[in-house]
Ligand binder design. Structure first.
Ligand SMILES: Nc1ncnc2c1ncn2[C@@H]1O[C@H](COP(=O)(O)OP(=O)(O)OP(=O)(O)O)[C@@H](O)[C@H]1O
Ligand SMILES: CC(C)(CO)[C@@H](O)C(=O)NCCC(=O)O
Ligand SMILES: [K+]
Length: 244
């Protein structure tokens, strides 16, 4: 059994895998890290490996205590990945994006793939049919848009996510919902159209905390898989032990 942990910018997600099957998955806050992992390991005592990808402030040190119980794999750029990294600054590429690209490469071989992660940030990652990682884009995520409108202005309230009634918002609240939600959806559809115009035959993988919300609203039909990063962590680990 393998315990995978994704330390994002907002929350932590974890899952226990037996082979490629998820036995259970978890979401928790950063301050609960130690307590939660202890609890998971108590329930799943057959876990032999702990695989971590962190883009947050939590470093490898926070996991060292678990090394007594199981083998720690704190993923970094030094690990083996199943694609050729064409990013011009490979060392600054987020480890979460590398893991997503690895999962897409392994799970959908011999085709162009676009991974869209709608989390704290929206990230786009493109791997071509020759398994070359080309790059993509980083944009503010849905919640971040609501927060930045409030934090960087004097008069805009902080609102919770709500379906806009129209693209023509006729109140401050409706104008914000339209700008944030419609803007988010139009932007992502626009990116997908751009990729479609330039590449034929490719698959789109949609993941992240806002994936389900988004999937229903895109004009492009895409299935969401909110576990894709955790599944990719498990696959990256399997790839690593077979290729090290
Ligand atoms: N309980 C929650 N806390 C924070 N965001 C949530 C929650 N539930 C849903 N969301 C949505 O999920 C988005 C954040 O996505 P996610 O949880 O994947 O981010 P994350 O944990 O920071 O991971 P990453 O840094 O990898 O994006 C927000 O834009 C928000 O709309
Ligand atoms: C873009 C985020 C914040 C998304 O989680 C993360 O992948 C990151 O910190 N990336 C570093 C910059 C880059 O990927 O080029
Ligand atoms: K993200």
């Amino acid at each position: 059994m393998v315990l995978t942990v994704d330390v994002g910018n907002t929350r932590i997600k974890a899952a226990v895998f037996e082979g490629s099957t998820v036995l259970e998955s978890f979401v928790f806050e950063k301050k609960e890290l130690e307590k939660k992992i202890k609890k998971i390991l108590k329930k799943f005592q057959n876990c032999s490996d702990l695989v971590v990808a962190s883009v947050g402030t939590i470093e490898k040190q926070s996991f060292l205590a678990f090394e007594k119980q199981l083998k720690l794999h704190f993923l970094s750029h030094e690990d083996v990945f199943p694609f050729v990294n064409k990013y011009a600054t490979p060392k600054t590429l987020g480890i979460d994006r590398m893991v997503l690209a690895a999962g897409a490469t392994l799970q959908y071989p011999n085709q162009n793939r676009l991974v869209i992660d709608a989390g704290t940030c929206i990230t786009y990652d493109f791997i071509d049919e020759n398994d070359q990682y080309l790059g993509g884009a980083i944009a503010p995520g849905l919640r971040l848009r609501y927060e930045s409108l409030h934090n960087f202005t004097a008069r805009l309230p902080l609102l919770d996510l709500e379906e806009p009634q129209s693209y023509i918002g006729n109140t401050t609240a409706q104008a914000i919902h339209s700008g944030v939600v419609n803007g988010f959806v139009y932007e992502i559809d626009g990116f997908i159209d751009e990729y479609r115009a330039n590449f034929s035959n490719f698959i789109i993988i949609l993941t992240g905390g806002d994936a389900d919300f988004l999937a229903k609203r895109l004009k492009n039909t895409i299935f969401a898989n909110s576990n894709f990063l955790l599944e990719s962590l498990n696959q990256t680990f399997q790839y690593k032990i077979n290729n090290d």
